[in-house]
Ligand binder design. Structure first.
Ligand code: AMP
Length: 191
């Protein structure tokens, strides 16, 4: 059974940056549903055409669509060999239930919530100025995070895999906190 890690955090929490550092250090495969969707938009596929308007508005793409693209990706042999870091998925408890079904186990080995307060993520996102980062879309994504994604924290907590990390400070400070938690998880798994 491959290792399955999940990283969660508000948009602008630095989870993309930290995810890249984690996969580099631990050799996991990085799956970002946001990147998959942005690539589909760029390539002009049917999925991309469906997703673009939703993403520009800061809404969530439907659970069925997301669950099926993730299920398909997790079937690839590289995941079985290297394990996976899921970034941006699951985003809802429905997606978490789907993940458990796909994995045929209770949940991931570890779910990390990178915690950064709303005021700070809003400032960071306006500074980075990505195409889908209008003030309205940012506000909507943060609202959805509170309503849809926060219940996920309870889901992971009940599952016993949740770890909350302070996402404030420099990239290296935050990464050092993550490494500590991830090493503990490896120690637990390897006995
Ligand atoms: P992200 O890069 O993770 O912030 O994702 C960018 C956008 O892609 C989000 O605002 C959603 O519109 C969409 N998206 C990414 N992952 C998911 C997901 N797991 N469920 C629904 N929509 C998603």
């Amino acid at each position: 059974m491959p290792l399955v890690f999940v990283i969660l955090g508000r948009q602008g929490s630095g989870k993309g940056t930290q995810a890249a550092l984690i996969v580099e250090r631990y050799g996991l495969i990085h799956i970002s549903t946001g990147d998959m969707l942005r690539n589909a938009v760029e390539a002009g596929t049917d999925l991309g055409l469906q997703a673009k308007t939703i993403m520009d508005a800061g809404e969530l793409v439907g659970d069925d669509i997301i669950n099926s693209i993730v299920a398909e990706r997790l079937e690839q042999p590289d995941i079985q060999t290297h394990g996976v870091l899921l970034d941006g998925f699951p985003r809802t408890t429905t997606q978490a239930d789907a993940l458990a079904r796909i994995l045929q186990k209770d949940g991931p080995n570890l779910a990390i919530n990178l915690n950064v307060p709303i005021e700070e993520v809003t400032r960071r996102m306006l500074d980075r100025g990505r195409g889908d980062d209008t003030a309205e879309a940012i506000a909507r994504r943060l609202e959805l995070y509170e309503t849809q994604t926060a219940p996920l924290l309870t889901w992971f907590q009940n599952n016993g895999c949740l770890q909350v990390i302070d996402g404030r400070g420099s990239e290296q400070e935050v990464f050092a906190r993550l490494v500590k938690i991830i090493n503990n998880t490896y120690d637990d798994i390897m006995g």
